[in-house]
Design a protein around this ligand. Sequence first.
Ligand code: AMP
Ligand code: ZN
Length: 111
Amino acid sequence: MDCLFCKITNRELNSDIILENDKFLVFKDIHPKADVHVLIVPKKHIDSVDHITEEDAKFLGDIFLTAKEAAKKLGVSQAYKLAINVGKDGGQEIDHLHMHLLAERKEVSDT
Ligand code: AMP
Ligand code: ZN
């Protein structure tokens, strides 16, 4: 299957990896739409949320724990957005289920 995110999770293609566990790879979005923009991608290929099976649902809950861990690692705990686009008309460009984690970094003032 010719899937960009399968190639990234298989390490056939490079990405800027933030963290990895047995089920997910988290890497930086190549065209960031916020100061922090990473993608949480299951290693198993699932086309979209519309294609989740009962079996998939058993491990997909862990996507939230992985997002939380990534937010902590990126220093944006308690101030981020999670988003999943579903289907072409729902804004999904890559047909491999993924969650966006977006956050703006606070200005650090030295006064
Ligand atoms: P979506 O529109 O929800 O399918 O999101 C796909 C995201 O993947 C977009 O935000 C793209 O910028 C991002 N993207 C596309 N190619 C790559 C890549 N090679 N590495 C990292 N992110 C990518
Ligand atoms: Zn895939």
